[in-house]
Design a protein around this ligand. Structure first.
Ligand code: ADP
Ligand code: MG
Ligand code: MG
Length: 889
């Protein structure tokens, strides 16, 4: 096994082995770009070290061999007294990770070689500056000395000498500083700063390995679902110096703007500086464009290299570079992060430049980014005071009055106020308050905190972990760092997409992308938003290649029309229970309370015309497209009054001796229908089988509505769906009854309605006997919400409110199984049921309805297992279209 690779030996596809930084340094080296020579110690070496506690036996020799080669190439030895070779030791995992060890620069300097460096460079100041940096970085990151001690010493020396920045310090002061730094190391660690260059290097390498298991790194990996066993690579790179005077410097650059995607010169440059000075904000940087004036030759070659990199990587790259006495050196590159808007623009620009094709463009964007672009946003130019920021936990823009407890949140929102619930952190008792609030703000906790998880589940805007904001729930106020106090009732605005928190009302503007989907903005128009044009094009690619059709879940004509504008190709789930609420509730009560057949028949007869009207509207809105109507599903108690409220009402009435007959009957019914776990009780097809006439009434309403639409020259395509079937017998009985009704109506109207009849597969038994069930079903629609609940044996409400956070933290879930389908468990059932169903009936139509239908990762899974369509909420339709395209491309 080979543990060390020279930069000339690797390439960009070896990220697993060489880490991102090492792989790209090798790639640039092989492109002939000016990269300081060096080598990379592999992640495999790190893994051995982490597992066994020592470096692999072969590592030391291999490093020596590569170091020898490097020394020969550079014609000097590491730490050589009269002319030292210096190197940096840089961590670099496959994924870039905050919390990993920082880089140590200038390894190889010692009390002796610092003088050699001074003589060779002819610059004493530079030599001492480099040495003090080494001790500082090494002390902090390798020897774990508190970094503030060095900073304080530096400040002191600056004050004593009247220097405003570190460049004002001369060689004697810096030499003095080195002495003080060395003193700090001895005092804090009980040992001298190591003078042996190889020892410096080996200790730094080991520190990089160790940092893989640091607390921050572990936490980050858990949150981002990066496996813990990847390990990190370590790069040893010969030093180039940006701190050799005004003709030297260091900078960062992007090949195009990561915020907008525009081409141009983006970056920062700092003269006479090393390494992290640019991002550390120690001195003021200048815009990269200024480098043209400062050093035209370096600027020109940088521009040329950036073009080479973009053409080679065919994507936006970010870059770290250094200029040493007029010579440009490349120190890092990678495909750069970008905003969601930039992702869409860049993808289409690269297509126009001929660098990538449309299939590749689809891989450069994703549904999560599209969803982000669909949230309303705060107007960018609003001059409102920003008081803090936290983690962008759940996107959106929310404005409301500050409240500090759930009770007030509920009370105020009931009286029509919009509120933002502010807590230190939330717990299950805050659920109702969170529901009532426009948004949630917490000062503690990360992306997997209770607030973040629950808010995402609810689709509420949430900023969490805004640590600089001090929340005092007792005194109902929050204090910002500047001293600004937010009292209960003050208006605050939170931006769940950026994590920013404002005092006052920031105006909210609708998303241009939604305006486009709604048809209020035309991508073809000359003045159309550039982003809209890009989204339009990417959606067109996706629609062209995808195999999965996308339908929407919608219960009324309004939602259906919107879904259609958003590109839905039908309705995959129309829930009929919503048609039983509101003023119709009374009729449903009559149905439930019916003691005799005639009472029941009259209640059903009252419901029939109303249901029919709903369907006529729906079929009209979806003319020519399939509409799957699900017969009544929820347990009956959901249509009845709350048991406690009703008991109180009856008790009060009884004490006043004016008890109302109907209330008493209702109360009896509620008691009779009360279930411990209604999720597993009398609902779905079971209702249809025990309440005579209920399902046939619904079937009649659907069939008559379809017949009327036909008579009106429409093209209704209704599909009747039976929920919660566990065995084929249930379906057979319902089908027989339904077919009779349909035949009767077809005869009356003299039409062929072509109604299909299918079932949901949402119980494990249904999935396991799918082959039998398919004998009686024209289609299956997987109800993955219920299937997840019944396969796991927990209900969604319980899991998200109570033990979900704990499960996330322990790594049992990476993500809620209600958000992304659990492929190994629930997914396996789906896969087998698809196969069994199709074996029985090759033309069986297969779809999925439920939250998973709009979840990017799940959509890819449904594509793979061969479903015909996914169905999701109207707003998610574009996301599903895009992901279905990405899955097929
Ligand atoms: P990070 O992953 O935090 O960016 P890097 O390893 O890229 O860490 O290094 C931190 C800084 O030090 C960067 O600005 C980088 O350009 C600079 N740097 C690293 N190695 C060298 C080197 N051999 N010569 C000069 N500067 C270097
Ligand atoms: Mg870097
Ligand atoms: Mg269900």
């Amino acid at each position: 096994q080979k543990f060390v690779y020279d930069f000339t030996e690797g390439n960009k596809d070896l990220k697993d082995l060489l880490g991102g930084k090492g792989a790209n340094l090798a790639e640039m080296t092989n492109l002939g770009l000016p990269v300081p020579p060096g080598f990379t110690i592999t992640t495999e070496a790190c893994k051995v070290y982490l597992e066994s506690g020592t470096e692999p036996a072969a590592l030391r020799d291999e490093v020596s061999t590569h170091l020898d080669a490097l020394e020969r190439k550079m014609a000097k030895k590491l730490g050589q007294a009269d002319d030292p070779l210096l190197v940096s030791v840089r961590s670099g995992a496959k994924f870039s990770m905050p919390g990993m060890m920082d880089t140590v620069l200038n390894i190889g300097l010692s009390d002796e070689s610092v003088r050699g460096l001074a003589a060779q460079s002819g610059d004493e100041r530079f030599a001492w500056d480099s040495y003090r940096r080494l001790i500082q970085m090494f002390g902090k990151t390798v020897l774990a000395v508190d970094g503030d001690l060095f900073e304080e010493a530096l400040e002191e020396v600056k004050q004593v000498t009247g220097a405003t920045t570190d460049v004002d310090l001369g060689a004697p002061e810096l030499e003095q500083l080195v002495e003080r730094f060395k003193g700090i190391v001895v005092k804090e660690t009980g040992r001298d700063f190591p003078q042996d260059p190889r020892e410096q290097m080996d200790l730094a390498v080991r520190a990089v390995f160790d940092s893989w298991n640091g607390d921050r790194a572990r936490l980050y990996r858990r949150q981002e679902r990066i496996p813990h066993d990847l390990g990190t690579a370590v790069n040893i790179c010969s030093m180039v110096f940006g701190n050799l005077g005004p003709d030297s410097g260091t900078g960062v650059a992007f090949t195009r703007d990561p915020a907008s995607g525009h081409q141009g010169v983006y970056g920062d440059y700092l003269q006479n500086a090393q390494g992290e000075d640019v991002v550390a904000g120690i001195r003021n940087t200048v815009p990269l464009a200024d480098l043209e004036q400062l050093d035209k030759a370096s600027y020109d070659s940088l521009m040329q290299i950036m073009e080479t990199l973009e053409t080679h990587y065919k994507d936006l790259c970010d870059i770290e570079f250094t200029v040493e006495r007029g010579k440009l050196w490349m120190l890092q590159t990678r495909v750069g992060k970008r905003t969601a808007a930039a992702a869409f623009r860049i993808a289409t620009q690269l297509v126009d430049q001929g660098l990538i094709d449309e299939a590749e463009a689809l891989q450069r964007v994703n549904g999560a980014q599209l969803a982000q672009l669909m949230f309303p946003r705060f107007a960018a130019d609003a001059a409102i005071e920003r008081i803090g920021s936290g983690i962008a936990a759940s996107p959106g823009a929310a404005v409301g009055k500050a409240v500090f407890d759930s009770y007030t949140a509920i009370k105020w929102s009931r009286s029509g106020e919009q509120v933002i619930l502010i807590r230190r952190e939330t717990n299950p008792d805050d659920l109702d308050g969170m529901l009532a609030a426009e948004g949630i703000l917490t000062s503690r906790g990360g992306k997997t905190s209770h607030a973040a998880v629950v808010a995402r589940g609810m689709g509420k805007t949430c900023v969490c972990g805004a640590e600089e904001l001090e929340v005092d729930t007792k005194r109902r106020r929050m204090t910002a760092p500047g001293g600004t106090v937010v009292e209960e009732g003050d208006t605050v605005s939170i931006d769940g997409s950026s994590g920013k928190v404002y005092l006052g009302e920031v105006p909210v503007v609708p998303s241009p992308v939604v305006e486009y989907f709604e048809g209020r903005m035309h991508a073809g128009a000359d003045d159309a938003d550039e982003l809209v044009k890009a989204v339009h094009r990417v959606m067109a690619y996706a629609d062209r290649v995808r195999r999965l059709r996308v339908r929407a879940n919608a219960d009324n004509a309004e939602d259906a029309s919107r879904a259609r504008r958003f590109g839905a190709q039908g309705i995959g789930l129309c829930r009929t229970e919503h048609m039983f609420l509101g003023e119709r509730r009374e009729m449903v009560e009559r149905l439930i309370l019916a003691d005799t057949d005639s009472e029941r028949d009259s209640a059903l007869a009252g419901l029939l015309p109303q249901q029919k009207r709903d369907f006529v509207e729906l079929f009209e809105a979806m003319d020519g497209l399939p509409v799957t109507v699900r017969l009544l599903d929820p347990p009956l108690h959901e249509f009845l009054p709350d048991i406690t409220e009703l008991s109180v009402r009856v008790a009060l009435a009884e004490s006043r001796k004016d008890a109302n007959e109907n209330d008493l009957r209702l109360l009896q019914a509620v008691h009779r229908l009360h279930e411990q776990n209604p999720m597993l009780g009398l609902r779905g097809v079971r209702l249809g089988l025990v309440i005579p006439g209920l399902f046939t009434m619904q079937v009649r309403a659907i069939a008559e509505a379809a017949a009327e639409r036909k008579a009106a020259k429409g093209d209704p395509r209704a599909e009747i769906m039976i929920p919660l079937v566990g065995t084929v017998q249930e379906l057979e009985i319902v089908r027989e009854d339904a077919e009779k009704v349909i035949a009767e109506i077809e005869e009356t109207y003299g039409v062929d309605l072509k109604l299909s009849l299918g079932t949901m597969i949402e119980l494990p038994r249904a999935a396991l006997t799918a082959g039998q069930i398919a004998e009686s079903a024209d289609f299956f629609s997987f109800g993955t919400n219920d299937l997840t609940q019944t396969v796991w044996g927990f209900s969604r409400d319980d899991v998200e409110a109570s033990f979900f956070t704990a499960y996330l933290e322990k790594g049992i879930f990476g993500v809620s199984p209600f958000e992304t389908i659990d492929k190994d468990g629930v997914g396996a059932l789906v896969r087998d049921a698809v196969e069994a169903g199709r074996a029985t009936r090759p033309d069986l139509k297969l779809g999925v309805c439920g939250e998973h239908g709009g979840d990017p990762e799940s959509v890819h899974f449904f594509h793979e297992v061969g479903l015909d369509y996914v169905s999701c909420s109207p707003f998610r339709v574009p996301v599903a279209r895009l992901e279905a395209g990405r899955a097929a491309a």
